[in-house]
Design a protein around this ligand. Structure first.
Ligand SMILES: Cc1cc2nc3c(=O)[nH]c(=O)nc-3n(C[C@H](O)[C@H](O)[C@H](O)COP(=O)(O)OP(=O)(O)OC[C@H]3O[C@@H](n4cnc5c(N)ncnc54)[C@H](O)[C@@H]3O)c2cc1C
Length: 177
């Protein structure tokens, strides 16, 4: 059975209902263009699985985003063949970490002690990271990114005709919002 989500492609505007103007079909819809949605989209796209990533905001540049890429994340990027290009983007490296201590002496960790190809934290704004991952995914014709697409409802096939601007039909719908 196929499922569909309906989305408004003008996420900042008040939600209104309209007749369906557009029905788009794919194999996998991923809701939410954060790190999880962007990386999963890339992984599916590179296996040539048609995937549509729906992100409610118009861009990735939002205040609450983090900006640290830890060694384990860099290893995952390496496994995906992305680390070299990722680390060509502007970033700074942090190897000595001293978390605040409530009491007693402050501990300091040197990430060079880790058995990893990447013994440092790469400091990079998450917006830059997400732009990079989605750009890499766009190398594959199986990937489509829709910005400003806020998912509003999940509709099972037999629930009748929804009223919305855009409907995305897929075998799999993965919510990572
Ligand atoms: C202040 C702060 C600082 C942080 N610092 C770091 C850090 O330095 N390093 C680090 O590794 N992690 C950091 N984190 C954690 C990191 O941001 C999260 O672990 C990560 O963002 C989670 O990724 P995600 O893809 O699961 O979700 P999110 O990043 O939350 O992404 C979800 C996406 O879904 C979209 N969305 C939501 N609803 C809908 C909808 N209805 N339709 C379509 N799209 C929708 C959102 O706009 C968002 O882009 C920080 C978090 C916070 C709050």
């Amino acid at each position: 059975m196929s499922k569909e989500v309906r989305s408004s492609e003008h996420a900042e505007a008040p939600i209104q209902t309209h007749e369906i103007r557009d029905v788009q079909q794919t194999t996998c819809v991923i809701v939410g263009g954060g790190p999880a949605g962007a990386v999963l989209s890339f992984m599916l796209a590179r296996k040539h699985i048609p995937v549509m990533l729906l992100e409610s905001h118009q861009d990735f540049d939002r205040d609450f985003r983090g900006d640290t890429l830890h060694p384990s994340i860099l290893e995952v990027m390496d496994e995906l063949g992305l680390a070299d290009r990722l680390l060509q983007l502007p970033h700074t490296k942090l190897s000595l970490v001293a978390p605040p201590a409530a009491t007693g002496p402050r501990l300091q960790f040197d990430l060079h002690d880790l058995k990893t190809k990447f013994p440092y934290i790469a400091m990079m704004p998450q917006a830059r990271f997400l732009t990079f991952i989605t750009s890499e995914a766009q190398r594959y014709s199986s990937f489509r990114l829709v910005m400003g697409a806020r998912v509003e409802a999940l509709i099972e096939e037999d629930q009748g005709t929804p009223t919305t601007e855009t409907s995305h039909q897929a075998m799999w719908i993965i919510g990572l919002a």
